[in-house]
Write a protein that binds this ligand. Sequence first.
Ligand code: HT7
Ligand code: ZN
Length: 859
Amino acid sequence: PPVIRREDYLPPAWLIPEIALDFALGLDETVVVSKLSVRRNPDGNGTATLRLNGDQIAPRAVTVDGTALNDWKLDGPDLLIELAGDAHEVAIETVLNPAANSQLMGLYASNGMLCTQCEAEGFRRITFFPDRPDVLSTYSVRMSGDKATFPILLANGNCTAEGEGEDGTHWAEWHDPWPKPSYLFALVAGELVANHATFTTMSGRRVDLNVWVRPGDEGRTQHAMDSLIASMKWDEETFGREYDLDLFNIVAVSDFNMGAMENKGLNVFNTRYVLADPDTATDADYDAVEGVIGHEYFHNWSGNRVTCRDWFQLSLKEGFTVLRDQLFSADMGSEPVKRIEDVRVLRIAQFPEDSGPLAHPIRPDSYQEISNFYTATVYNKGAEVIRMMRTMAGEEAFRKGTDLYFERHDGTAATCEDFVKAIEDGTGLDLARFRLWYSQAGTPQVSARLEHDGRIARLALTQTVPATPGQPEKAPMPIPLRIALFDRDTGTHAGEHLVILDGDEGSFAFEGFDKPPVLSINRGFSAPVAIEMEREDEDLVFLAANDDDPFARYEAMQSLVLQHLVAAVGGGLDEARRASGRAAIGRAMKAIVTDPELDDLMRGELMILPAESYLAEQLLVSDPGVIHAEREALKAWLGLELADELKALHDRISAVPYSRDAAARGARKLKTQALVLIASGDAGEGAARAIAQYRKADNMTDRQGAVMVLAGLDCPEREEALADFLARYEGNALVIDKWFSLQAGSFHPRVLEQIHALAQHDEFRMSNPNRVRSLYMAAAVNPQAFHDASGAGYAMIGELIRKLDPINPQTAARFVPALGRWRRVEPGRAAMMRAELEKIAAVPSLSRDVREQVTKSLG
Ligand code: HT7
Ligand code: ZN
């Protein structure tokens, strides 16, 4: 497949200021007539050839200025039309079969309704068009169809007319006044009901809001609506951004490749990020709904009003919008807890990507299939990079920068460089070297050393940015680190400093210390780097108990455990050191479990042990079996050592009644965490408490937590809970997804066997991405299943990729990175992982999506 390069960007030769689309809707056959006003771009290359992208479609009729054209050409999937003048009207008819569209890109059928997904290159599966984000058009849409099948007809913008047709049909016309790229086009038709509300914007405009779902689901939409209203208000207050249409529609669909899509005025969502009630959604699900609703809404400015010039600029909209949704969720709940969660996701998903064969900068230089670049790097590291600018500028100056960005680039397709320049001009920062964060991949490693001499504490820092594919040499990047120096006796510090490590090395002196202070570094995770520092256990125990930055407190606890487990995995712990390491962790954990000053949400964060993938990340090559065994052994030791405290904690919080307030949510989070440790130490006690929690549960958080613990145990209570759960939620797809993933993610000794059986279950569907992910993504991230020493886990994921690729290549490609990490795994397993990749590569008809990921992973 051809490689598309950022440096080859050329402006479009032809522009399409207006497009009128007519859809005659049917599930098996939809006829599309597209009328384009085509104008020569004065900044283009002057060619007479109009290239319109297509993908698995054929033109049934083409006219130019009203005259039928027969000498159009196809160049691969693209339609080429020769145009004599500078302005023409081109009309094209295509015929689609939405029911046969299993890729879920373009126009497809889901549960009897029709919907579209056009980002990144789905519009070309509907009609021929210059399907690139820098071609902005005003869209008018007419659709007609059977009224009983499609009672609700929606598209972008406002509904301008509707009426009845013949033979039980009806029609609607929609117009979107805001010029937009084709990836933001959307249409939905089907049987839907709405939760309706209104919002009055800061300038006093009334906006109609609808959350559309399938009949029967409307009782689970209020949280989505509340989140939408909160997002609209927050964006006005925090970024000065007002909504710009009279209508905002959200539609929930059950077959969807990703989380949601920010189509102008008509967001389409995976049901998973819309539907929530206490009986079926956990507290984490509630948070995810709020975060994704916010994310898509915020795109209205960061993505829609200012869009991307080309797909290499994806982080311009995604990184910035992730930062905006993170800040929103922090303001809606607990800021420190949100920060810890975001960093955990970064470390689990992005750090491994950045150190593996698929590493790429947040602004990639080339791609074969753009869908493969909707990554944790572009999204989450992209957000971290912008967050660093905010940290260096301060909140107020940063707002001046974003105001300038929106003002300068409103209505245009912009670049990451435009964004950085606006932040530079708006804040006064010099970001010349900072731009390296956009072009260099790899997680910088910062080593820190603190020396004490007389009354001076001196911090010596060095950085290296590891080599990544195509980037053997790296330049040092500016790294902003928030630090504090603690007095050991008082447990306090004299104020935080922001130091910027701008070269390979830096040294920073701080006066006024009679004794060596304790260093708290990268507070708030001010830079997305890995800090390397030799630390005494006692210093970490001190910070875990005393640091006034909650993130740093969490970090100290993580480092304490990490340091111990890395040594254990490396075989470097004799019995005495193992005992002293465990004792330090036990002391710190006991202090956390019993600290009356801590709120339970934060206590829950502090009690989480580092993930196995993050542990593996600390080692060049590791044995996943040993990592798993050591981490489980520590959990079991903690469960026994703190048995009394954990049981007392579980008893206390089990008495807290259900409510959505922070205290009750904290209690629920902790309840399951306590249960996990209790069960690790004593399976019998764990099973008894888990089944009691299950039977008593009046909400999904408690119920799911109990099933999660039981799913990993070999006990009769496991079967009782799983059978009851399945029967209780029959017909509720999102909860049945949970039933699959709870089992596939468990550490049960026969988990692989169970996953194979689940793949044969009546409820399993290869055509539904949520269901596929619920079984197989849960398995791929479960070390016990995936890294089974026999290689059966790798074979299972390899087979899935080969089976899924012809159905849904985008979803299939998402499973490749798990196998792609073979170089970091011990040789026996590495050979089996590589062999699976080779088996996939040998499939002749592989999609571009999977081919790119597999080739790079083998490379
Ligand atoms: N901007 C949206 C991206 C998206 C997408 C991309 C490829 C294939 C399917 C997709 N569905 C949605 C999601 C977002 O970041 O807001
Ligand atoms: Zn997004």
